[in-house]
Design a protein around this ligand. Structure first.
Ligand code: SF4
Length: 103
C-alpha cells in the first residue's frame, strides 16, 4: 500500500521525467516523501500554530513564495498553507503541541 501511494505521488509529481532515474529509484524517493507526509499530517493536527479554518501556519513565514507552494500573502511575507504541504510540518522545528496533547 505504501509503495502504491509512493509511486502515485512520484508519478503525480512527474519525478521520473524530472529526475531521469529508474522507476524503482523514484519509488524509493516517493516512499520517503509519503512517510514525511503521514508524519506531517499528524504533527499539523496537534500543533497550536495550525489554523484549520484557513489551512495556514500562523507561525512560519517566508520571504519568497516557491512556485509550487500554496501560500497567502501577509504584508511583505507569505504564510504557508500547510494543509496542502504536510511535508513542511514533518520537518518543522517550531512544532508546539496543543496543551494536554503531550505524551
Ligand atoms: S508544525 Fe510547524 S509548519 Fe506545521 S503548523 Fe506547526 S509551526 Fe506551522
Amino acid at each position: 500500500m505504501v509503495t502504491q501511494v509512493a509511486r502515485a505521488i512520484g508519478l503525480k509529481l512527474g519525478l521520473p521525467k524530472l529526475l531521469g532515474r529508474k522507476e524503482d529509484e523514484v519509488a524509493e524517493i516517493a516512499k520517503v516523501l509519503a512517510g514525511m507526509m503521514l508524519v506531517g499530517v499528524e504533527k499539523r493536527a496537534r500543533c497550536i500554530h495550525y489554523d484549520p479554518s484557513t489551512g495556514l501556519c500562523r507561525f512560519l513565514r517566508i520571504a519568497y513564495p516557491l512556485p509550487w507552494m500554496s501560500v497567502d500573502k501577509d504584508g511583505d511575507e507569505y504564510r504557508i498553507r500547510v494543509s496542502k504541504h504536510p511535508e513542511i510540518c514533518s520537518v518543522c522545528p517550531f512544532w508546539k503541541p496543543i496543551d494536554g496533547d503531550e505524551e
